[in-house]
Ligand binder design. Structure first.
Ligand code: MG
Length: 387
């Protein structure tokens, strides 16, 4: 089977970016740009393994950005992009994959099917490599000291993107040959295709998409920093049992009964937990905290909601709004509404103005009307990084 390793070049210092961190470590929708880029490449069926080339001194940034991803140790780059890629290729030489996909760390939006199309093009007989690109749409002007000197025909001109996928042995040989060039000659080799072209390799252009943009400036990051909004619901019921207080939203409310059930039977927090879990498709509260497990008997339900919020955070998400409706004849919710809002906000780690607590009765109808228990319905609205 054909093997293709992605070599992500993350060794740049990002001098045009101007932020406190090189752009590949800056945050994009809650996660470092590099982490998104690794995920995008791993998600493609064309890529078997991912290796990252970083700048010397960036080890801590890299470790933080890739924590838990189980990547092989990074390769330390060199003084130029070309030297960094050569170091990366030398680091792969013993494994010698059939193909290598060189990819910019600052292109996190690459589409998996475009990577696969690029590999398919590079795999054709008689072809040494293929790169993604887009045809130029803008009119090009040659400008001399502020004055337009000429309109440059754009026929046949494309903008080169990455990945650029090559037969591994051919690209390694091309880079080794280019390494001996004088610095003045090497500066023209601004991408790996240029190195390969110089070596006489036969390359093809694969039409990609404009959204495979490279984050170069802080404005790019702002424009790219987009999230998607998701909403999910949760529902729960607990019946009354002998007792003197009910827990609702983490607030103990004196009542003629208690609520029976799993943990402290906080029906409000259980419905909210299911709503938050629903936004990331993470199942329901019973999956994470089985009622059959004795360790949750009488447990405070704070931890259930906090667990769901933590799972959301691990996906780079955050809560935008929580909305809760309690359905019961008694106890009266109104006098406790503000305390419940403050409690839910504290447990979920969000501002109180992002929490809404409402209550209704069922006009004496049904089990809540017969005062047999309390039902809770919740909606969670969250923002997640766009994938
Ligand atoms: Mg429950």
């Amino acid at each position: 089977m054909t093997t293709c390793t992605a070599l992500i070049v993350a060794a740049g210092r990002g001098t045009r970016f101007g932020g406190p961190l090189p752009k590949q470590y800056a945050e994009l929708a809650g996660q470092p740009v590099l982490r998104h880029t690794v995920a995008a490449l791993r998600a493609s069926s064309a890529i078997d393994a991912v290796r990252v080339v970083i700048a010397a001194g960036d080890e801590a940034h890299y470790a933080a950005a890739t924590a838990g991803l189980d990547l092989p140790a990074p390769v330390i780059g060199g003084a130029s992009r070309q030297q960094s890629v050569l170091n990366g290729l030398e680091g792969l030489a013993s494994a010698a994959p059939d193909f290598v996909a060189i990819h910019d760390a600052a292109r996190p939006f690459v589409r998996g099917d475009d990577i696969a199309a690029c590999l398919a093009a590079a795999s054709q007989p008689g072809i040494d490599g293929a790169i993604l690109g887009t045809p130029l749409a803008d009119t090009l002007k040659r400008v001399d000291q502020g004055t337009i000197a000429a309109t440059v025909p754009r026929t046949g001109l494309w903008r080169a993107q990455t990945p650029q996928i090559f037969r591994f042995a051919a690209l390694l040989a091309a880079h080794r040959a280019a390494a001996s060039l004088a610095a003045s000659d090497a500066t023209a080799l601004t991408d790996d295709a240029a190195v390969a072209e110089r070596a006489g390799l036969k390359l093809v252009m694969v039409p990609g998409h404009e959204d495979n943009t490279k984050i170069t400036t802080a404005e790019d990051l702002l424009r790219a920093n987009m999230t998607e909004t998701r909403t999910a619901s949760g529902f729960d019921v607990h019946g009354f049992a002998p007792g003197t207080a009910v827990m609702l939203g983490g607030v103990s409310i004196a009542h003629t009964h208690a609520l029976a059930g799993h943990s402290d039977a906080d029906v409000a927090l259980h419905a909210l937990t299911d709503a938050v879990l629903g936004t990331i498709g993470a199942g329901d509260i019973g999956k994470h905290f089985p009622p059959s497990d004795p360790q949750w008997r009488g447990a405070s339900s704070d931890r259930f909601l906090q667990h769901a919020v933590r799972l959301l955070g691990e996906r780079g998400g955050r809560i935008v709004h929580l909305d809760l409706t309690l359905v019961c004849e008694a106890p009266k919710i109104g006098p406790h509404r503000d305390a419940m809002v403050a409690s839910i906000a504290r447990i979920a780690g969000i501002a109180a103005d992002r929490v809404s607590v409402k209550a209704t009765t069922t006009e004496g109808l049904g089990f809540t009307g017969r005062r047999e228990g309390i039902a809770a319905q919740a909606m969670a609205t969250v923002e997640l990084p766009k994938r």
